[in-house]
Design a binder for this molecule. Structure first.
Ligand code: F3S
Length: 424
């Protein structure tokens, strides 16, 4: 691998053991993936923040690295933690878990990271530009940054991303290179996409089919979502796009997709590899059947309705508040989001409306990385295909999957209507 003089000095330990360890990780990853050199990164997003996933060993690793003098040198944000960092007690998180989670946050802070725990950093000020190189690790954020913003990042592991933040560089391979950004599949969608849950269902099917390939979508243009050829991505279109990308990254490992005439690289043209096969999708029924608990396990009762995976945008919170106005929920309702978004929602009065209806806007965390199994939750309703995909395994819960309105109706009635099940 070609390293600059400064990079060689870091590797030799001239900037201290914390930097040396980081450079060793970055170089080791580069060698594994055949990189010829490193590339400076504009920002880093670190996953692996929840104590639920890190455990004692992960916490010790972070503490030791911080004590060795590792400090980030580019803007760095964190993925959701295992709990709301300020409101955890009211939400029922156990004291001991909270103590350990705060120790994890302290270790990140010791490295110079300001905790803003979200999987949608692009909604709260960290908006990469076309062609910028990044080292992000949350799969849905990676997908959004590559596809909708046209930035360049591989899906980094937690330690790899942190190492990139400490040395300000990552290995130049994979999606940092032009050739690897070409679509290997053309995906023709011939069924209507009416809700964000439909986009998630489509993402589930496509991710399963193409695995880590790059799909090029045709036929998902939809004026209702602002997803038409020639339009620029706006607040409305990011709702279906983040649902689609998160689902493909969950059921497969899709880190980049293109949408004909819409996403930045697709607009430039020449983005499809020669001889890319065409896959046709004309029904979402199979996805709805797979993402809902099996028929034989059907249980209409709901413990928790969860919206905001990936973290909810302001527009989503506004919609939820408008729908809930004057109503009262019978189940727990969590709207998970970034802390900054929660604060703006408070200023605009939407938080009060949701709380008056009995719901909670939960910051810093999400259903999948929180220790839901400790909160006596068994039946979940969600409009997120990613959450529906992971919850049975990660949280041991049954899942009902459907569009936002159906989830909110379930929160108000306390039940998931069996007649509303799709794909059966
Ligand atoms: Fe974000 Fe958690 Fe979903 S990290 S994408 S809200 S699983």
């Amino acid at each position: 691998m070609q390293l600059t003089a400064e990079e060689r000095a870091m590797l030799a330990g001239e900037q201290g053991p914390g930097v040396q360890k980081a450079m060793e990780i970055v170089v080791a990853l580069g060698k594994i993936y055949g990189a010829e050199g490193l590339v400076p990164v504009q920002s880093v997003q670190v996953a692996g923040v929840s104590f639920k996933n890190l455990g004692e060993a992960g916490l010790e690793f972070l503490r030791e690295w911080a004590a060795q003098g590792a400090r980030v040198r580019v803007p760095t944000t964190l993925n959701p933690a295992g709990m709301d960092l300020t409101n955890w007690r009211a939400l029922g998180f156990p004291e001991e878990f909270a103590r350990r989670q705060m120790e994890v946050i302290d270790a990140f802070q010791a490295m110079g990271i300001t905790p803003g725990c979200s999987c949608t950093p692009y909604l709260v000020g960290n908006v990469p530009r076309l062609g910028q190189h990044l080292a992000w690790s949350e799969s849905s954020a990676v997908s959004f940054a590559n596809s909708v913003l046209g930035a360049r990042t591989n899906r980094e592991g937690g330690p790899g991303a942190l190492a990139a933040a400490v040395v300000g560089r990552t290995a130049r391979y994979g999606l940092h290179l032009d050739d690897n950004r070409k679509a290997r599949y053309i995906v023709e969608v011939r069924c209507p996409l009416r809700s964000e849950a439909d986009y998630g269902a489509l993402g589930y099917l496509v991710g399963r089919a193409v695995r880590d390939g790059v799909p090029y979508f045709k036929g998902i243009g939809n004026g209702d979502w602002g997803l038409e050829k020639g339009q620029l991505p706006g607040p409305k279109s990011l709702i279906p796009l983040k649902a689609l990308g998160a689902a493909m990254a969950a059921s497969g490992a899709v880190a980049l997709y293109h949408v004909e005439g819409f996403t930045p690289e697709a607009r430039r043209g020449n983005v499809v590899a020669p001889e890319a096969p065409t896959l046709v999708f004309d029904s979402l029924d199979e996805a709805y059947a797979a993402l809902n608990a099996p028929v034989e396990d059907f249980d209409e009762s709901i413990d928790l309705v969860s919206i905001g995976c990936p973290h909810a945008s302001l527009e989503e919170i506004e919609t939820i508040a408008a729908w809930l106005k004057g109503k009262r929920v019978k189940t727990r309702l969590w709207v998970t989001t970034a802390r900054k978004i929660k604060e703006i929602a408070r200023e605009r009065g939407w938080l009060e409306t949701i709380e008056r209806a009995g719901g909670q806007v939960v910051a810093d965390t999400c259903l999948v990385v929180a220790p839901i199994e400790m909160l006596d939750v068994h039946n979940i309703a969600t409009n997120s295909a990613k959450a529906a995909f992971y919850c049975p395994g990660h949280c041991g819960s049954k899942v009902h999957y459907g569009p936002l309105e159906q989830c909110l109706e379930a929160a108000v009635s306390g039940k998931w209507s069996s007649s509303a099940r799709k794909g059966l």
